[in-house]
Write a new protein. Sequence first.
Length: 268
Amino acid sequence: MTQQETRESVILINENEKIFSIFHAPINSGNKTTKVPAILMCHGFAGQKTGKYRLYVTIAEELAKNGIAVLRIDFRGCGDSEGDFINTSLMGEVSDALKGLEFLNDHPAVDSSRLGIFGRSLGGAIAVIAAKKFKSIKSLALWAPMFSAESWHEKWLLLKKANLSEEQMKKMMVMNGQLAGEKFLTELFEMRLGDELASLKETPLLHIQAEMDNIVTVEHTLKYKQFRSGVTAKTEFISFENSDHDFSNFRERDEAVKKTVSWFINTL
């Protein structure tokens, strides 16, 4: 089998904690005269750099085959990275993402003018916020990205009024098997991506939604469509009718991967 990529472990440091990452480089990136585009991958809430069904590995491999480098990171408190999840915050994950972008920006094999970000679920929101802060992101691809947590905030307020016990409240703060801290929830409930999306009107954006997703529902998609209406940059909304939040439908997941790879090939 012909080798089409090299893969290496990378350790980034943020606030004295280690962020464990994997860097995929196209096999031709060793040529000093040819720099390659690159993307950062942002996993979802309490996720990790491999992804369910090894989704992020698959996308990274396909991108590398097509000449695009990829950095997959575990946000602090997730996967192999240092830190406790209960101490993480929304802006802390954004900070981790920016560290990843700095790594790509400074990498000798990467063309720093051709950086993109892939994000899924909450990682999609992290990608949007990081793109605004980094200022030179050339393309975004988002799967089931969050826009806000307004509906969850309303439910949270109702539960707090119900005078639940401390133990019952802790159970309500467990997501994906991880206990979220008050700081994370406060920032999450305050998050609205209107300003960020408005600032990215010249950045190409691919949005992929699963119609059977009962976590990040189509209401989030409608918000993205609202803020992408009339923008000059290339924008594409794709919907898969048989997929859930995890894109469990193999056929549609495979098609979404192909669409994502093609998107970055054409926009980076």
